[in-house]
Design a protein around this ligand. Structure first.
Ligand SMILES: [Zn+2]
Length: 481
């Protein structure tokens, strides 16, 4: 067997996703025990304080015939070295090729969003996903917890949010049957704990001021007309939103954010802000009084009034607010808090504008490969809705554009793949929509510059698909464009 030890594996056959910065494959194989990995923390006390997140996430992995060593400047770097090693051991079992890898991410925000409002996914599925996110070195789990079709987080001062707001008529089967559910505090804590062990920050999203049917069905006094309202069983954009002239909405959201900030120790809370029609505000005496009191020119500016109020509530609780790119509209008079991070979804331009204005931005454009609820291909047989996101398109995604100045680019934290779940009725179907497009997005968020060879990615993906199979994930396996 001596000669086999001289065999050198081709670099692409390692199939590492996301693509490492530098890989040297050497002759021979490691044949020891994976239990005996040497981890070295390169600690320099003076330096550690000033390390950027990207430096903290960097690692070196060295595999020789008789040793495996991971070194990094922080525990997070050691963890990512382990994730690379985990991929290799899943492919090569106990016989891992000798190699040297030096690696570091390009973007600090490498995210994935799961919509648990339109379809309620069991907590076990979230655990399974978190494990896969970590393997892909994704470090942000954006948890969409409230929408027109369901409210998924209990708030003890407002019990109807889950007693009423978590359930809707299931019009797919019968008008009688209620579907839905919510996560208990213990389940939420367990998700946050598991994520934290995997170096993933959980970002809860509590939608304001639109997509609010589940809140209004629970507490109809918070809407402009007073209701009655239903938790929506249809999908779309609805005119009934939070009444911007009613101070009781702030009383409720103070308590909601108390609960959210207690359960989610991470630095961010998402306040939504997308797709909020002004129809009710135009015709509501309270909203029009508010507009007059604030001296606003247009009813649309009431949204920035609400964004500022909600963002302030979170800042008071030590959190950084995030909003979808619509928060940039109608801000002529009241502006936006500088701390607000803008998440660009209708394209890249919202993120570009935000970055120019000095806001941090997250890119998750529906137009450029980040919407995972879209079909994989434009054929009637593929599941999905609205548009098409081919695997090629996801691989071509880049969070910054050529038009951006270096200063603006520095404001782009990174990007995200989003799975909305209007038509994604089961966890298995969710897997099929997520993979392998999220593999491509993760690849680009870790290594963007110089990573544009689709064929090379597909070669790595061939190896990587076996890992997805081992982890029992269903994935799309058809044409890439
Ligand atoms: Zn109103």
């Amino acid at each position: 067997m001596e000669c086999l030890d001289k065999v050198k594996i081709r670099k692409e056959d390692l199939g590492i996703i996301p693509l490492p910065k530098k890989v040297d494959v050497k002759e021979g194989f490691y044949k020891g025990s994976l239990v005996k990995i040497k981890k070295t923390l390169l600690q320099d006390e003076n330096q550690n304080e000033s390390l950027t997140q990207l430096e903290k996430e960097a690692y070196v992995l060295e595999i020789s015939s008789d040793s495996i060593e991971i070194s990094a400047k922080s525990e997070i770097g050691l963890f990512y070295g382990e994730m690379t090693l985990r991929e290799l051991s899943m492919t090569f079992d106990e016989k891992i090729p000798c190699l040297y890898i030096e690696d570091k991410p390009d973007f600090e925000w490498r995210g994935f969003m799961l919509d648990c409002a339109r379809n309620f996914y069991p907590v076990e599925f979230i655990y399974k996903l978190l494990d896969a996110l970590a393997l892909h070195k994704i470090n942000r789990f954006h948890w969409h917890l409230t929408d027109d079709q369901g409210w998924r987080i209990p708030v003890k001062e407002y019990p109807l949010l889950t007693e009423v707001g978590a359930w809707r008529n299931d019009c797919r089967y019968t008008w009688e049957e209620k579907v839905g559910g919510f996560y208990t505090e213990d389940e939420i804590k367990a998700v946050v704990k598991k994520a934290s062990e995997l170096n993933i920050i959980v970002i809860p999203e509590i939608e304001t001021p639109g997509h609010a049917s589940s809140v209004l069905a629970s507490y109809p006094n918070l809407g402009c007309t007073g209701g009655p309202y239903n938790v929506e069983s249809r999908f779309g954009i609805f005119d009934d939103v939070l009444c911007s002239g009613n101070d009781e909405i702030f009383t409720l959201y103070e308590k909601v954010f108390d609960t959210v900030c207690r359960l989610f120790p991470g630095p961010y809370v998402h306040i939504g802000g997308d797709e909020c029609p002004r129809t009710r505000w135009e015709n509501c005496p309270k909203c029009q009084q508010r507009k007059k009191d604030l001296g606003l020119e247009t009813t649309g500016e009431l949204q920035s009034y609400l964004t500022v109020r909600f963002a302030k509530m979170l800042e008071e609780r030590g959190k950084t607010p995030i909003g979808w790119d619509e928060v940039l509209e109608g801000t002529e008079k009241l502006g936006l808090p500088k701390s607000l991070i803008v998440q660009s979804w209708r394209g890249l331009s919202g993120g570009e504008t935000a970055a120019k204005l000095g806001h941090k931005a997250i890119m998750s454009p529906q137009t450029a490969g980040c919407y995972l609820d879209y079909k994989h291909r434009d054929t009637p047989l593929e599941p999905g809705m609205i548009g098409v996101t081919t695997l090629k398109k996801s691989f071509e995604f880049e969070p910054t554009t050529k038009e951006m100045t270096p200063e603006n680019k520095a404001n782009v934290l990174g990007g995200q793949g989003n799975l909305w779940s209007e038509c994604i009725y089961s966890s298995k179907l969710a897997e099929y929509m997520i993979f392998p497009r999220l593999c491509a997005i993760a690849d680009k968020l870790w290594t963007c510059e110089g990573n544009s060879d689709l064929k090379a990615f597909m070669n790595r993906l061939d190896v990587h698909k076996k890992r997805l199979e081992k982890l029992d994930f269903l994935f799309y396996n058809g044409d890439v464009e």
